[in-house]
Write a protein that binds this ligand. Structure first.
Ligand SMILES: NC(=O)c1ccc[n+]([C@@H]2O[C@H](COP(=O)([O-])OP(=O)(O)OC[C@H]3O[C@@H](n4cnc5c(N)ncnc54)[C@H](O)[C@@H]3O)[C@@H](O)[C@H]2O)c1
Length: 383
């Protein structure tokens, strides 16, 4: 088998996402499986170049995984001819300017979401990438979750009839950091550092809604900062300036209404950290990260509202588990493989910078809707 090596800058590799999902679970996992196979027998072989600010942390990660290529000098890495792809998993605020440098150096760019801090910035990057003639991609990992893949299979198979509504619950309790350390980085809770649950989650909701149910046409949103004071990684108390919960209603093409709650201030009484209930004329489904359960019209029970009597129906057990019927790989890795095939073999890849800009736009308009207390239309974006 011929190996086609491809140098990939992994900037922000010391972070949660950069290290675990992108380096270890994607790029190194691809090497462990022998690369990304192409139809002509060639195998794409990622050669990660670890980039970050701390020499000691980069060296430690490199040594842990038998890698030797790391640097704190992004310009030097971008100047290399053997580096074809720039990948960004830095904190959101650092992204736009770093991607711009990568585009100026003529690199293909793949990045974590959100693509930029505002829609204009995201569109600017999309235009610059088009002018540079390079390939672009934005992480849309939730599309590859087993639960959502099964949901998509149900939609494609016509299970629901006409889809009426989608109700999603995402969230869990993120500790304040005082008596137990917080399980998310503190920048997430400071808007001046690019934090906030709308900026974090609405880009995900945009592509999930669009790919499964239809274009998002309006948004109305209420946000809250339920926990106003938190304690950071160094044990210092700080004011939480960003939204830590968002209650959104989205109208989609075809009249589908989606309500999605996102919260870092909610305790989980669900089977999974995210769940979507989809109701259609012919049937309903509840999908999480991994599982998906359905109830068809023909087996729908007929509850009658009577608060004087205890519930007699075992509602939860009246749903049927959808079988996997296939092997589900790590979603980040699956999307990396698709992006690398896009770069090397020109295979289609729909999740480009323009798609990423739509995610940024939904977050921006969600925040504006909350601020102004109004429902806003989502204009089509164009380059
Ligand atoms: N796809 C997903 O499901 C998902 C989940 C979580 C986060 N994310 C995204 O991934 C990105 C990183 O999030 P994370 O949770 O890994 O954060 P993190 O804080 O763990 O990592 C951030 C990285 O950026 C670097 N960094 C921090 N400040 C910097 C600065 N001033 N200059 C340059 N580099 C700096 C850090 O050293 C670290 O490598 C964010 O944009 C976030 O939106 C995506």
């Amino acid at each position: 088998m011929t190996r086609r090596s491809i140098g990939i800058i992994v900037n922000g590799v010391t972070g949660r996402m950069g290290y675990r999902q992108h380096l270890v679970r994607s790029l190194l996992a691809i090497r462990e499986q022998g690369g990304v196979p192409l139809a002509d027998g060639t195998s794409i072989w990622p050669e990660p170049v670890l980039v970050g600010r701390s020499e000691s942390r980069l060296r430690e990660i490199a040594e842990r995984h038998g890698l030797t290529d790391w640097t704190t000098d992004l310009s030097a890495a971008l100047a290399r001819d053997d580096v074809e792809v720039y990948f960004d998993a830095q904190v959101t605020q650092q992204r736009e300017k770093a991607i711009r440098r990568a585009l100026e150096a003529g690199k293909h760019v793949y990045t974590e979401k959100p693509l930029a801090e505002d829609t204009e910035g995201a569109l600017d990057l999309a235009r610059a990438a088009r002018a540079a003639g390079v390939r672009t991609g934005v992480v849309q990992d939730k599309l590859f979750l087993p639960g959502l893949r099964k949901l998509k299979r149900l939609i494609d198979g016509g299970f629901f009839g006409r889809i009426l509504s989608v109700r999603g619950e995402f969230g869990y309790w993120v500790f304040e950091g005082d008596w137990q350390p917080a399980q998310r980085p503190s920048w997430n809770y400071r808007s001046e550092d690019g934090g906030g649950i709308v900026v974090d989650m609405f880009p995900h909701w945009q592509y999930v809604l669009e790919e499964l149910f239809g274009r998002v046409r309006t948004v109305s949103c209420v946000t809250a900062t339920h926990v106003p004071q938190r304690v950071d990684e160094a044990g210092r108390s700080y004011p939480a300036t960003a939204d830590d919960a968002a209650y959104g209603i989205f109208e989609l093409d075809g009249g589908v209404v989606a309500q999605l709650n996102s919260s870092w201030c909610v305790r989980v009484h669900r089977d999974e950290l995210v769940e979507f209930q989809v109701d259609g004329t012919e049937g309903s489904a509840v999908a999480g990260l991994r599982s998906c359960r359905v109830q068809h019209r023909a087996v729908t029970p007929k509850p009658v509202w009577n608060p004087d009597l205890p519930v007699t129906e075992p509602f939860r057990s009246q749903w049927t588990e959808v079988p996997d019927n296939e092997e589900f790989d790590n979603g980040f890795k699956v999307q990396w493989e698709a992006f690398l095939r896009h770069v090397v073999a020109n295979e289609p890849f729909p999740w480009d910078f323009l798609a990423g800009a739509r995610g940024v736009q939904l977050a921006e308009l969600g925040l504006r809707s909350a601020c102004e207390g109004v429902r806003l239309a989502i204009p089509e974006l164009d380059l």
